[in-house]
Design a protein around this ligand. Structure first.
Ligand SMILES: *[C@@H]1O[C@H](CO)[C@@H](O)[C@H](O)[C@H]1NC(C)=O
Ligand SMILES: *[C@@H]1O[C@H](CO)[C@@H](O)[C@H](O)[C@H]1NC(C)=O
Ligand SMILES: *[C@@H]1O[C@H](CO)[C@@H](O)[C@H](O)[C@H]1NC(C)=O
Ligand SMILES: *[C@@H]1O[C@H](CO)[C@@H](O)[C@H](O)[C@H]1NC(C)=O
Length: 328
């Protein structure tokens, strides 16, 4: 055996190690914002906006060329834009074609007329439970999750974008709702991570990435003249993001202790990497060096890492870690 290994080593000069990485989670993981146009995303479930060039794909690329190309890296993207904690173990409704489909779920199709032609639409389209992408050959699972449970898009529209004049009060209400539900969805995430780990086997490793700040460290006051409430939206959201990020650390400590194995790592450098590269909340100000998109194309990538963001994030992760995956 030893002789054979030595022989192989001498002849080949190198041997490869298989590494299977599975990407799960929400839009910050599927790769929203990572490519320039809509058609560059994976077309199997277009609603998920999966790209091979997001943070996870970039990390896999770096690993591929690391160590004299000795890692044979397989990267599978099962993340989905809009995914919540529940979708890690359950089928995820990705499309309802709102406005066209009947509310009752029984009828799963709707008919539309377009260009004098009748089309049948499938109303309710599901992505499989994300855990289905994981198997015993999986060495590493990467994900971001919890942002949609924490009402990401509503916080964005009310606390940061301040679309209507009465958003100040609404922002406070949504923050309160998000904080109230946090205990619940954190439990859902914890249960799911343990299930995922069981499916990988004991040597499996899971990395949950903390989120970046959505907005630069400046103030912007929103006034609600009716109620007399005024808030500093950006700072409220920053505080809340930090609380959320901290909750992952607490959860990981608890789970690793409970399992007796350090299977779960929280990647806690995300905020540092993006610091100063978030959009500028001040009136008439713009951060030209932002790695988080505002309203540029592709549409739908609003407040997600842009191409630069994904590549810097992936490169930084690759420089720092292999997350204890047993590569040899
Ligand atoms: C790389 O991994 C894939 C998937 O496990 C496998 O099919 C392939 O043969 C491997 N390639 C090498 C060069 O080991
Ligand atoms: C509408 O249908 C006609 C005939 O079937 C076709 O030639 C035309 O390209 C269609 N237009 C659009 C916008 O799909
Ligand atoms: C949290 O979960 C419990 C038990 O399932 C449920 O009764 C409660 O309503 C949930 N709370 C929130 C705020 O969703
Ligand atoms: C944000 O800005 C405030 C006020 O300038 C400063 O005290 C604080 O340290 C900054 N926080 C970060 C994370 O840079």
């Amino acid at each position: 055996m030893t002789v054979l290994w030595l022989l192989l080593f001498l002849i080949g000069g190198a041997f490869t190690v298989d590494v299977k990485i599975v990407q799960l989670g929400d839009s910050y993981s599927s790769g929203v914002g990572a490519v320039a146009t809509r058609h560059e995303y994976d077309t199997v479930i277009p609603e998920c906006w999966r790209s091979l060039h997001g943070r996870g794909g970039q990390y896999a690329e770096h690993l591929l060329v690391a160590n004299n190309n000795n890692y044979n890296v397989t990267y599978v993207n099962g993340a989905c834009s809009g995914a919540k904690s529940h979708d890690l173990l359950n089928a995820n409704l990705v499309s309802q074609k709102w406005g066209l489909c009947p509310l009752q779920r029984k009828r799963n199709t709707a008919e539309v007329f377009y260009n004098r032609t009748r089309f049948k639409l499938k109303c309710n389209k599901y992505a499989v439970p994300q855990i289905n992408y994981v198997d015993p050959a999986t060495d590493l699972v990467l994900l971001t999750i919890g942002g949609n449970d924490a009402l990401f898009s509503r916080l964005l529209s009310t606390c940061i974008l301040g679309i209507s004049i009465r958003e100040a009060r609404k922002c406070l209400e949504i923050l309160e709702e998000a904080r109230t539900t946090q205990v619940n969805y954190t439990e859902t995430i914890k249960e799911a991570l343990v299930e995922i780990w069981y499916k990988m086997g004991e040597s499996g490793k899971i990395v949950v990435f903390q989120y970046p700040h959505l907005i630069q460290n400046y103030s912007r006051i929103w006034n609600d003249p009716r109620s007399g409430i005024s808030i500093d939206g950006p700072q409220l959201v920053r505080e809340f993001t930090e609380e959320g990020n901290h909750a992952y650390l607490v959860a990981a400590k608890e789970l690793n202790t409970a399992m007796g194995v350090e299977f779960l790592t929280i990647y806690d450098k995300t905020m540092d990497i993006f610091a100063g590269h978030e959009p500028d909340p001040r009136k008439h100000s713009r951060n030209d060096d932002r790695w988080i998109s505002e309203f540029e194309r592709p549409i739908g990538s609003v407040y997600h890492p842009n191409q630069r963001g994904h590549s810097e994030w992936g490169a930084a992760v690759a420089l720092q870690c292999v997350f204890g995956v047993n590569l040899f």
